[in-house]
Design a protein around this ligand. Structure first.
Ligand code: PLP
Length: 484
């Protein structure tokens, strides 16, 4: 072995703290191991496939990419196709027209060069127009930063806000580990606020105030508040009134509102609609000078599920020009986001319209994917609510259901004996017995003494009956084994 002065102990301690925070991912590793065993020794497990209900990665679960989006992308990536006569029969006419329009936005029609660090100006114009038509309020293309998905700009904003460990951000619990992890990596103080499961995972304003005051009394300088709407892992959609309360809270307490809106297309209830926080703030009469608000969107979710393409944007509003310059400076450190992601994001915000050749097929693809998620969500909620000791809030949006399981004391004791969190113990048993993979609630945070798991609504519908019957049989046996 060559001599190397680098040891784990000599690494940045915040990176090591992050590893502790994320845990050892035992379930994912075990699932991979079982998958290999099934392939090499068929019949070695009581099931013949691993069913991943843990991954928010639609195309890895069999979802097909949107045809129009991919046609435009292919033509932009290989403009030579636009000169070929066969292209007119292989590609739809509006995809060809759109690819030409997009290519014209690139200096020299070169899609392989760096772009402006905020993204191609013409694409930002398209996205700003899409946001304005979604919200019915103006959007300025100068406020848009095109990004490699939503995670990098979230990190960027946290980087800008957090100066030292005294600085904190209010984060929902449970929440996607993106936020809590980056707080650990920045060495910042996580100020948790607890979503109210009894009110469909809404934000309790009294808890928010209590957590903020508590943190401030300990000397923490709270800089911002994260809201994920629709929610991951909770699958809730906030009611408008709650959104207004949150906007007022941030305004009154001088907090930057970081609105994660990556699941804005994934709504499964007629009772609620997605409203961006910017729309809510503007409809309350608050303009640029009243509230600092950053919203994040991405091509990873929705009906497009193009997570591997890495496209997204953040819309930065209510920051003065000096601060904006600093945002720009940090954005410029990574040169620019990838061009395919930029193009995709523009297509998401400006899809085919009535009269375009692709419109009918595009709508059919979109509706079929979203209605399949909705049916899957409903079947899962219904199943989980029939299980002993399990309650599951309505799946309103995003891609998840997040049931609560009242685990018997004996199961908790058995988990402790094997040095495992009780919900991870349950999830591991589920995996060993059925091949179904879910994510334990402890990964996202939860109120002490409650146990949950997150299950995605992405599995192919034909697999649902199998998932449901295996889950029900497993749970019954588990409860029988550990009943107090
Ligand atoms: C709530 C939430 N925010 C952000 C992200 C990051 O998404 P992206 O792939 O756009 O970086 C995810 C990914 O699943 C998410 O669930």
């Amino acid at each position: 072995m060559p001599r190397c002065g680098l040891t784990v102990d000599s690494l940045n301690p915040k990176v090591l703290a992050l590893a502790d925070h994320l845990g050892d991912d035992a379930i994912a590793r075990r699932a991979q191991c079982i998958q290999n065993e099934i392939e090499t020794k068929p019949g070695s497990h009581p099931f013949d496939e691993i069913i991943y209900c843990s991954l928010s990665n639609p195309q890895s679960m069999g979802q097909q990419p949107n045809k129009f989006f991919r046609e435009v992308l292919a033509l932009c990536n290989y403009p030579h196709l636009l000169e070929q006569s066969e292209t007119n029969s292989l590609f739809s006419s509006d995809a060809i027209a759109r690819a030409r329009e997009i290519l014209d936005l690139f200096p020299g029609r070169a899609t392989g060069g760096y772009s402006h660090c905020q993204g191609i100006e013409g694409l930002r114009d398209i996205i700003a127009a899409g946001i304005a038509s979604r919200d019915n309020f103006p959007c300025n293309a100068e406020d848009i930063f095109l990004t490699d998905g939503a995670a990098p700009p979230v990190h960027m904003m946290m980087h800008l806000l957090i100066r030292d460990q005294k600085d904190g951000i209010l984060c929902p619990i449970p929440s996607h580990s993106l936020y809590t992890s980056y707080m650990v990596l920045q060495g910042a103080t996580l100020v948790p606020y607890y979503l109210d499961e009894s009110r469909g995972w809404g934000v309790s304003m009294s808890d928010l105030k209590k957590q903020l005051d508590g943190a401030r009394s300990m000397g923490v300088v709270v800089r911002g508040l994260v809201v994920i709407n629709p929610g991951n892992p909770t699958g809730h959609v906030l009611v408008e009134e709650n959104q207004r309360e949150i906007v007022d809270f941030c305004r009154n307490e001088d907090l930057v509102l970081l609105a994660d809106e990556v699941y804005q297309e994934n709504i499964y209830t007629d009772e609620k609609k997605f409203h961006s926080f910017k729309k809510i703030a503007r409809s309350m009469g608050y303009g640029e000078g009243d509230i600092s608000l950053v919203s994040f969107h991405s091509v990873s979710n929705g009906y497009y599920g193009e997570c591997g393409r890495r496209g997204g944007y953040m819309e930065v509003t209510g920051f003065n020009s000096e601060v904006k310059k600093q945002v720009y400076k940090v954005a410029s450190l990574s040169s620019c986001s990838n061009i395919s992601g930029q193009i995709l994001m523009s297509l998401v915000m400006n899809p085919p319209r009535v009269g375009d050749e692709s419109y009918t097929a595009y709508q059919a693809e979109r509706d079929s994917i979203l209605s399949s998620f909705a049916r899957c969500a409903e079947a899962m909620v219904c199943t989980f609510n029939r299980l002993e000791g399990v309650t599951c809030s309505k799946a309103e949006g995003a891609m998840f259901v997040f049931p609560s399981v009242r685990l018997p004391k004996k199961a908790i004791a058995a988990a402790e004996e094997s040095n495992t969190q009780p919900d991870a113990f349950y999830a591991l048993r589920l995996l060993e017995t059925t091949g179904i993979v879910v994510v334990p609630g402890s990964v996202f945070g939860q109120i002490h003494g409650t146990w949950h798991f997150r299950c995605t609504v992405l599995p192919q519908e034909e697999k649902l009956p199998l998932i449901i019957s295996r889950f029900m049989a497993f749970h019954e046996v588990f409860m029988e084994e550990f009943r107090d």
